[in-house]
Each structure stands twice: as C-alpha cells, then as structure tokens.
Design a protein around this ligand. Structure first.
Ligand SMILES: C[S@@+](CC[C@H](N)C(=O)[O-])C[C@H]1O[C@@H](n2cnc3c(N)ncnc32)[C@H](O)[C@@H]1O
Length: 200
C-alpha cells in the first residue's frame, strides 16, 4: 500500500497535500541544524524549501517522482535551489560521514526498512551531526487526524532510543499537539519529537 505508485497517485493533484509551509517542529529547531542536510521522505518539498531558505544545502530523498517534481517547482517558485533524488529508502545508501544533519518529518517507515536504514543514517552523519525527527506516535492509531494505520510504522520514544543507539538524545519526548498541514494532517495528534547528536 505504501509504495511508489500509492504516493505518486496521492500527489497527482495541483495542490500540496501537506501544504507548502514547513513542519513547525522543524521551524522551531532549525537553529540546531547544519548542512548539508539529508531530508528523508521529503515528499512535495515544503521542508527542503524551508531549509534552503535558511541557507542550508539540502538533499531531499523520496520514492515519489511526482512529489519531488512538485518539490522542485516549489523551490523554483521561491527562487531557491534544492537537490532531490528519487529513491526507495529500503535500499538507500547515504554517503558516509557526509551530512551535518538528517531530517525526518512524518517519514513513517516499516521496521523492516528502519532496521537497515537507521544504522546507515548514524554513519552518514559528520561528527556532531544532528538527527531531527518528528513522527506520529503509536498513540495516534486511534485518531483520524493523519498518519499510517499500522502500529509498526508509528513511533515511540523507546523505539527511537533503541533504533539510534549510537546517538546522544538532546530531546526525546511524546506530546499531543495540533498539526495542521494541508489536508493530509488535520488536527490534534500524538507525536514523538527527537533531536540527537552524533558524538562519535
Ligand atoms: C506523510 S508523507 C510526508 C512527506 C514530507 N516529509 C512532509 O512532511 O511533507 C510520507 C512520505 O514518505 C515517502 N515514502 C514512503 N515510503 C518510502 C520509501 N520506502 N522510500 C522513500 N520514500 C518513501 C512518500 O512518498 C511520502 O512522500
């Protein structure tokens, strides 16, 4: 269900499913990020474009070519440059010790992918590099305000601590907050927020 065709079809409209403004957790914490930034599951570009507007070099990766075409159009409309790459995170190989930050906003992935990808993300960070992640939590399952209906793809603070064992958490919490991001994310939601540093 959550494959390339599914997302290409979801994004095949003129509007932006999650809006064109960046995720507010990202905006509030952008000061901790350094470039180059790898943005996982970038979608239609709202977060990459915001990062570029902050002067950061950004690579947005997503399995949806339709989403990333819209991302490039959004960047162009604002006179900004972003790099995008169509790739399945199931077999994605990020450059080692290359990124100042890795951003993951609503990049819900099955544990079978996270198990392979997250160790590579740890290795893709420069020394003192940062991971910034917000995702719907397992407690979002009972709500109809957004997010996958599969508990394996939903996160918890415990899962994050276990899946990024070599990073030092600077913030790791679960909260309820209003998420209003286009028609895709539409109200009170349970989210996990995680910022961690590579001290290796
Ligand atoms: C909920 S959307 C979030 C998009 C974007 N991060 C945002 O906040 O606007 C989830 C994104 O994950 C992407 N995605 C899902 N599975 C993927 C995979 N295996 N590899 C790469 N991207 C994937 C989808 O194409 C979609 O753009």
């Amino acid at each position: 269900m959550y494959d390339q065709q599914f997302w290409n079809e979801r994004y095949a409209t003129t509007g932006y499913l999650y809006g064109t403004e960046a995720n507010t957790f990202l905006v509030d914490n952008a000061h901790v990020l350094r470039g180059p930034v790898l943005s996982l599951s970038e979608g239609e570009g709202r977060n990459a474009v915001f990062l570029a507007s902050r002067g950061l070099q950004v690579l947005g990766v997503d399995c949806s070519s339709v989403g990333l075409e819209k991302a490039q159009a959004l960047a162009k409309s604002r006179g900004l440059v972003i790099e995008t790459e169509v790739a399945d995170l199931d077999d994605y190989q990020p450059k080692e010790r290359h990124f100042g930050s890795v951003v993951s906003i609503s990049a819900h992935l099955p544990s079978s992918i996270r198990r392979k990808l997250y160790p590579l993300i740890e290795r893709a960070l420069q020394p003192n590099g940062i991971v910034l992640l917000e995702a719907y939590s397992e407690n979002q399952l009972g709500r109809n305000t957004g997010g996958p209906k599969d508990i394996d793809m939903l996160m918890s603070v415990e899962k994050l601590r276990q899946e990024f064992p070599n990073l030092t958490p600077l913030l790791a919490r679960e909260i309820e907050r209003e998420v209003r991001e286009g028609e895709g994310h539409t109200g009170l939601a349970s989210v996990v927020q995680f910022i961690a540093r590579n001290e290796a």
